[in-house]
Write a protein that binds this ligand. Structure first.
Ligand SMILES: [Zn+2]
Length: 332
């Protein structure tokens, strides 16, 4: 597998009439490719993959999912966003090595961080040597495996949301407002749910939905311990929506999980998008995406208030807090 082949597999969807667009940009200016299936009205969910460089098998999994769902017209009652490869720069480094980069200094610092080796097959980070799935602002830097110096994995960044890929995924999520997100990683054949400090009520809701994902994949569902700064963690902590990490491929397979494992992984996961959308629809009245206020009215019926002013006010405050964070950290 080369980086070119990986991107070509995503682009091949266009030949079947599937429209691709950009969810954002990477540090090196690459497009973060995405698509949408189903209706733009109604419940939306978001599935992203490839945030860790060596886990590009998850990108190929999403390509197969989209191909099947589109050709069989399977997405009903809402819509699904797919973000194929959140970390394209990292995937290029992992697949093609640093010789594929056109900057001497970049090649040198990546090689230095890689212990002098030209073998980048175990690389997880982005081109800035930040582990993107530790860079989100959800108990940032509080994880047991976090490191605070640039590295091929586990470096949380110099400040939360410092990386363009992370900012892109956050902005895309705020724009598309999914009621549920799934992050695909490899490996371990397991589904993680929940986050520290999440309310009991939401944990129960997330477990209920997670059990359906567990049933369709036959992966065990496990409550997250000691995970911080991940996209799933941020979705739960900031947006209050159910979010899951699905780790595909048996632990016994070495990184990177090869294409020969794709058929088995696809078979176990092919129904995940539809089950997740169905469950998001079922639980929509108890999912609070920021300003979406659910309350019991006097007649006992659940009433969903409009997303209007409450949502916008909270979005505004989130953006203000974020830009204050960024400018404060840049001045340091
Ligand atoms: Zn991962």
């Amino acid at each position: 597998m080369t980086y070119q082949e990986l991107i070509a597999s995503i682009l091949s969807l266009q030949e079947e009439g599937i429209e691709l667009f950009n969810a954002g940009k990477s540090v090196l200016g690459k497009n973060i490719l995405a698509t949408h299936l189903g209706d733009y009205s109604g419940t939306q969910i978001l599935i992203q993959a490839g945030i860790h460089a060596r886990e590009w098998i998850t990108t190929l999994l999403l390509v197969e999912m989209v191909r099947n769902l589109y050709n069989n017209d399977l997405v009903k009652d809402g819509g699904i966003y797919f973000v194929f490869l959140t970390n394209p720069d990292g995937a290029q480094i992992e697949l093609d090595g640093v010789d594929s980069l056109n900057c001497d200094i970049t090649r040198e610092y990546l090689t230095l961080a890689n212990g002098g080796s030209t073998d980048f097959s175990q690389f997880k980070a982005n081109v800035n040597l930040v582990d993107l799935n530790t860079n989100f602002d959800a108990n940032w830097g509080g994880g047991s495996q976090n490191v605070f110096c640039p590295a091929t994995e586990d470096f949380v960044g110099f400040y939360p949301e410092s990386e363009r890929e992370v900012q892109s995924l956050i902005n895309f999520t705020l724009q598309t407002r999914p009621l549920l997100t799934i992050s695909y990683h490899s490996k371990g054949n397991v589904i993680y749910y929940g986050f520290e400090n999440e309310s009991e009520k939401n944990i129960e809701r997330d477990r209920n939905i997670g059990e359906a994902l567990s049933a369709t994949t036959n992966y065990p569902l496990i409550f997250t311990e000691n995970s911080t700064g991940g996209y799933k963690d941020w979705c739960i902590d900031e947006l209050k929506i159910p979010a899951y990490t699905i780790e595909v491929g048996a632990d016994s397979i070495p990184h990177p999980v090869g294409v020969e494992y794709l058929p088995e992984i696809y078979n176990r996961n092919k129904d995940v998008p539809l089950v997740a959308l169905q469950k998001a629809n079922e639980f929509a009245s108890s999912i609070d995406f920021m300003g979406r206020i659910v309350q019991n009215s006097s007649n006992g019926k659940v009433k969903v208030k409009s997303n209007g002013s409450g949502y916008l006010a909270r979005l505004q405050s989130l953006y203000e807090r974020r830009s204050a964070n960024w400018s404060r950290n840049r001045k340091k």
